[in-house]
Design a protein around this ligand. Structure first.
Ligand SMILES: NC(=O)c1ccc[n+]([C@@H]2O[C@H](COP(=O)([O-])OP(=O)(O)OC[C@H]3O[C@@H](n4cnc5c(N)ncnc54)[C@H](O)[C@@H]3O)[C@@H](O)[C@H]2O)c1
Ligand SMILES: CC(=O)N[C@@H]1[C@@H](OP(=O)(O)OP(=O)(O)OC[C@H]2O[C@@H](n3ccc(=O)[nH]c3=O)[C@H](O)[C@@H]2O)O[C@H](CO)[C@@H](O)[C@@H]1O
Length: 463
C-alpha cells in the first residue's frame, strides 16, 4: 500500500518505507496522533506520546478538562511529574486538547483510545463510551491509519466490535487500517513511570501489520520490552487475566484472614512468611476491593462467555462481603462492651477506594457506611483526598473535615482507606469512652493493638 495520504502525513499501517524511516517520521512529529480520553490514564499517556512524538491532539468530552489542558494545566492529582510534563508539552505545541473527536480523527494517523469501560447495574460490561469514541474515529479514519485501544475490554472486542464498526462507519475495507490492543499496565500514582516502561508492554493486532505498527509505536514510548502476542484477543485476555488473578488472590487472602482469626494467628505474618519463597504470592486482606479495574474485570469474562467461572464469581462474592464484615467488627466490638449499635458514634476513616487516589467507583467505604447506618449508628466520615460527599451522605454518613474530627469523640473508629493524612491523627484522643473500638481495615493502625483504652480489631492482624 502506498504511504501517500489524504492529509499528507505519512501512514504507518501498510507503509512501503523502511521501519527506520517510519520511526524517524514518528519521532520527528510528522505523524499526527489523537488520544481519546484525558483522565487518570489518558492524560499521562497523551503527555508521554506528545513528549516522544511532538504531535498529539488530546480529545475529551469534558470541556473543563480540555480547557485546563489547553492552559497547560494538569487536572489529575497525585501523579508525580505530570504537571511539569503537561505544561512543557503544551507550551511547545506538542500537545493540544479539544472536545471535537471527529475533527481530531480527520487529522490523525494514529488513534489511541483510553476511555472508561465500566459495567452496568447487571454487571455486564458497558462498552458504550468506547463505541462512541470509535464513531468519532470512524468519521475521520483514512486508509493507512492505526487505531490503538488501551481501555480494558472483554476479549474479542477489537475483533468483533471495534474493527467491524470502524470499517462499516468509515467505508474502508478491514484491510485498509490497523487495530491493535495495547493494555494500560498503569497504576494511579505512578502513571508516567509505568507508561515509560516499568513493565513490558503487551501488543496484539487484528492482523500482523497492526501488531507491527503497535510494536513500532510502543518501541518509542516505552523503554521496556515490547511483547507482541498472537492477536488482539490474546492481548485483551492478558489484561483481563491480570486483573482476575488479582481479584481471586485478594479473595483468597480475605478468606484466610478468617481462618487466622479462628487459629488466633496474624494472617499478615503468615502471608509475609509464606511469600518468602517464589511459588507463593498471597495478597493482602482488607476492608474490600474497589476502583474501576479489579472489581470489574472478572465480569468481562463471567458475563461474556459460557465457560465455567465459579471461582471468579465466588471471589467477587467474597471480596464484596468484606465491607460488611468490616462494619460488623465494629458493631460486635461495641456490643462486647455493652454498647448498642443504635445511637453509637462511629467514625469512618477514608472514602476513596485506595489511598492517594481520588476515585470512588466500587469503594468499600460505601458498604461499610451502609451497614453501620443500617444498624442505627451515627456515622461520621472523613477523607481529605476527595471533595465528593453526596453519595456517602445519602448512605447515612455525615462527611466532615479532619479538623472537625479532631474536635469530635466517638465510640468506634473504622479505618477503610489509609490516607496519608491520617498518620498524624491522634486516634485514642477521639475516644468518647473507655475503650474506644478501633477496626483497622488496612493494617495501618497496628500500633494501637495493645494500647490502653483501645479495643483493636485489625483485618489480617487479629480479625
Ligand atoms: N485508573 C487505573 O488505575 C487504570 C489502570 C489501568 C487501566 N485503566 C483503564 O484505562 C481506562 C481509562 O481509565 P481512567 O482511569 O483514565 O478513567 P477516568 O475516568 O479517569 O478518565 C476517563 C476520561 O475519559 C473522558 N471521556 C469519557 N467519554 C469520552 C468520550 N466519548 N470521548 C473522549 N473522552 C471521553 C472523561 O471525560 C474522562 O476525562 C479504563 O478502561 C480503565 O479500565 C485504568
Ligand atoms: C494497569 C492496571 O489496570 N492497573 C490496575 C491498578 O489497580 P488499582 O488501581 O485498582 O489498585 P489495586 O492495587 O489493584 O487495588 C484495587 C482494590 O483492591 C484492594 N486490595 C489490593 C491489593 C490487595 O492485596 N488487597 C486489597 O484489598 C485495594 O484496597 C483496592 O480497593 O494497579 C494494580 C497494581 O497496583 C493492577 O494490578 C491493576 O490491574
Amino acid at each position: 500500500m502506498s504511504d501517500s495520504t489524504s492529509q499528507g502525513a505519512p501512514a504507518l499501517y501498510g507503509s512501503d518505507v523502511s521501519t527506520d524511516e517510519q520511526r524517524d517520521a514518528l519521532t520527528g512529529g510528522e505523524v499526527p496522533i489523537a488520544v481519546y480520553g484525558l483522565g487518570k490514564m489518558g492524560l499521562p499517556l497523551a503527555s508521554v506520546y506528545a513528549d516522544v512524538t511532538g504531535n498529539v491532539t488530546g480529545v475529551d468530552v469534558d470541556p473543563a478538562v480540555v480547557e485546563s489542558i489547553s492552559a497547560g494545566e494538569n487536572h489529575i492529582v497525585g501523579e508525580p511529574g505530570l504537571s511539569d510534563l503537561v505544561e512543557e508539552v503544551v507550551d511547545r505545541g506538542a500537545l493540544s486538547a479539544t472536545t471535537e473527536g471527529s475533527t481530531a480523527a480527520a487529522d490523525a494517523r494514529v488513534h489511541v483510545v483510553i476511555v472508561p469501560t465500566l459495567v452496568d447495574e447487571d454487571s455486564k460490561p458497558d462498552l458504550s463510551v468506547v463505541e462512541s469514541v470509535m464513531a468519532d474515529v470512524a468519521a475521520g479514519l483514512s486508509a493507512g491509519d492505526q487505531v490503538i485501544l488501551e481501555s480494558t475490554v472483554p476479549p474479542r472486542t477489537c475483533r468483533d466490535v471495534v474493527a467491524p464498526t470502524l470499517a462499516a462507519e468509515s467505508g474502508l475495507d478491514r484491510e485498509e487500517f490497523g487495530v491493535a490492543f495495547c493494555p494500560e499496565r498503569t497504576s494511579s500514582g505512578r502513571a508516567l513511570e509505568d507508561i515509560r516502561g516499568a513493565y513490558p508492554k503487551i501488543v496484539g493486532g487484528i492482523d500482523d501489520e497492526s501488531t507491527r505498527v503497535a510494536e513500532l509505536l510502543y518501541g518509542e514510548i516505552s523503554s521496556n520490552e515490547i511483547v507482541p502476542v498472537a492477536d488482539a484477543t490474546t492481548a485483551e485476555a492478558v489484561k483481563v487475566f491480570e486483573g482476575v488473578y488479582r481479584d481471586v488472590n485478594i479473595a483468597l487472602a480475605n478468606e484466610l484472614t478468617k481462618h487466622a482469626e479462628e487459629l488466633e494467628i496474624s494472617v499478615l505474618e503468615a502471608i509475609e512468611a509464606a511469600n518468602t519463597q517464589p511459588f507463593c504470592d498471597l495478597h493482602i486482606p482488607g476492608a474490600g476491593v474497589g476502583g474501576h479495574c479489579i472489581p470489574y474485570y472478572p465480569h468481562f469474562l463471567i458475563q461474556m462467555f459460557n465457560a465455567d467461572s465459579r471461582l471468579m464469581e465466588l471471589s467477587r462474592e467474597i471480596n464484596d462481603t468484606m465491607p460488611t464484615y468490616t462494619a460488623e467488627l465494629a458493631l460486635s466490638g461495641l456490643a462486647k462492651h455493652g454498647k448498642e449499635s443504635a445511637g453509637s458514634d462511629v467514625l469512618v476513616l477514608g472514602l476513596t477506594y485506595r489511598a492517594g487516589v481520588d476515585e470512588l467507583r466500587a469503594t468499600p467505604a460505601m458498604g461499610v457506611i451502609e451497614r453501620l447506618a443500617g444498624a442505627g449508628a451515627d456515622v461520621t466520615a472523613v477523607d481529605p483526598i476527595t471533595d465528593t460527599t453526596e453519595p456517602f451522605e445519602d448512605a447515612g454518613a455525615n462527611v466532615v473535615s479532619l479538623d472537625d474530627v479532631r474536635e469530635g469523640s466517638y465510640d468506634a473508629v473504622v479505618l477503610v482507606t489509609a490516607q496519608e493524612a491520617f498518620e498524624d491523627l491522634e486516634i485514642p484522643a477521639l475516644a468518647a469512652d473507655d475503650p474506644l473500638v478501633v477496626v483497622d481495615g488496612r493494617q495501618a493502625l497496628t500500633e494501637l493493638q495493645n494500647e490502653h483504652g483501645i479495643y483493636y480489631r485489625g483485618i489480617g492482624i487479629n480479625a
